[in-house]
Design a protein around this ligand. Structure first.
Ligand code: PMP
Length: 431
């Protein structure tokens, strides 16, 4: 009988395609809130949250109960064939949660990439235009259109082209890496000059905080500029909130912090607490353009996933999780900044709500992906599941459930501090 992580890794490597990466060579046995146990009985604190899927934690009792109850009713109808109440309620709730003083509608789907694909389809149909502008370092998924939109070649796009045309990348403003807001604005002008006229652009798609790209926060001033630019040229503004949404940043949608109202929003991940569900929500006049039958999918808006999403939304209310996210984010930033004062390797600590990361540089001031990898690996040995990210692979992101106790969070942070001390000894800057 296969019982150890090592044995399972052997079987995994023989059976699973090489292109599927695995950060940690462990297999999960069970999980509860912000803790996970592997098949050998080892306990870990989970700061990765299955890549931003577990804002309400592993197996939240209310979410699990809702899924169990739905399991007893029915598990699948295909909404386009026979509808179900939970789908409609999720759509109503998303319409109410999305910013904007206008009528809204939603379509439910299954994965994040599928939501982005559908947002582009809807924007093209509504504007009768084809071009799409996204940003350097952005991540939008692994389907061919979303890969075209993704602003990082390796490893996502390697060998998979050609990609759908009419996708152009503007520069994402990133002060730490020398891209000013002015340069980002100019890069949009250059696209209109060199690549496509503004009157043929259907949508500008931006992550309010880049997720895979490195937790870089889009300056609110830049988001406001995009809104003006879109209004001027009849372009739709789409916020890809697949990683930022579902309450991670202290608002249900991160773009709310900026006061900017996008035309469409994509959401997924923590929306249904681990059961696959995604959505596009936005202006009803735009959402209604595709004809009946043009949108949907066999599993889209699955009953179990919708029941889970309604429970997630109830848990956010009952446990005041938006407020909790702000408190947790503040605590994480404060603790990480304390580490930054002792460790020159930490070039920056940043966050919006509980979407927090720290970025590592070498003594020479270059992005230090090796140190990020070493910290992630060493943390696992000490019982903490961490996740790196970033265009340079040198940022470590923290996506611990918002339901985690501060004691547990501090236990995790102490492991990060230990790893830093081991791998990049403190320089007491005060001394
Ligand atoms: N957009 C963003 C901003 C994401 O972070 C992700 C996933 N990391 C996606 C799209 C794609 O989502 P999925 O993996 O569910 O297709």
């Amino acid at each position: 009988m296969t019982t150890t992580n090592q044995e399972w890794m052997k079987r995994r490597n023989a059976a699973v395609a090489n292109g599927v990466k695995q950060t940690h060579a462990i297999f999960a046995e069970r999980a509860d809130n912000a803790e996970l146990w592997d098949i050998e009985g080892r306990r870990y604190i989970d700061f990765a949250g299955g890549i931003a899927v577990l804002n309400t934690g592993h197996c939240h009792p209310q979410v699990s109960a809702a899924v169990r109850a739905q399991l007893e009713r029915f598990t699948h109808t295909c909404f386009q064939i026979v509808a179900h109440d939970n789908y409609v309620e999720v759509a109503e709730k998303l319409n109410a949660l999305a910013p904007g003083d206008f009528a809204k509608k939603s379509v439910l789907l299954t994965t994040g990439a599928e939501a982005v694909e559908n947002a582009v389809k809807i924007a093209r149909a509504a504007t009768k235009r084809s071009a799409v502008i996204t940003f350097t370092g952005g991540y939008h998924g692994r389907t061919l259109m979303t890969l075209a939109m993704t602003g990082k070649v390796s490893p996502f796009k390697l060998g998979f082209g050609p990609f759908p045309g009419e996708v152009f990348h503007a520069r994402f403003p990133n002060a730490l890496h020398g891209v000013s807001i002015e340069e980002a604005k100019t890069s949009l002008d250059l696209i209109f000059q060199n690549d496509v006229e503004a009157s043929r652009v259907a949508a500008i798609v931006i992550e309010p905080v880049q997720g895979e790209g490195g937790f870089y926060i889009a300056p609110f001033e830049f988001l406001r500029y995009l809104r003006e630019l879109c209004d001027k040229h009849g372009i739709l503004l789409i916020a890809d909130e697949i990683q930022t949404g579902a309450g991670r940043t202290g608002k249900w949608f991160a773009i709310e912090h900026s006061g900017v109202v996008p035309d469409l929003i994509t959401t997924a991940k923590s929306l249904a607490g681990g059961i696959p569900l995604s959505a596009v929500v936005g202006r009803a006049d735009v959402m209604d353009v595709p004809l009946p039958g043009a949108l949907g999918g066999t599993y889209a808006g699955n009953p179990l996933a919708c029941a889970a999403a309604l429970a997630v939304m109830r848990v956010f209310k009952d446990e005041n999780l938006l407020q909790r996210g702000i408190l947790l984010g503040g605590h994480l930033i404060e603790q990480l900044r304390t580490m930054q004062r002792r460790h020159a390797a930490i070039a920056e600590v940043r966050g919006l709500g509980a979407m927090v990361a720290f970025e590592l540089f070498t003594a020479g001031g270059a992005p230090d992906a090796d140190l990020a990898r070493a910290i992630v690996a060493r943390s696992l040995e000490k019982g903490l599941i961490l996740l790196a990210c970033g265009i340079y692979g040198n940022a470590i992101r923290i996506l611990v459930p918002l339901t985690a106790s501060l004691e547990l969070v501090d236990e995790g942070l102490a492991i990060i501090a230990d790893c830093l001390q081991e791998l990049s000894p403190a320089v007491d800057k005060a001394a």
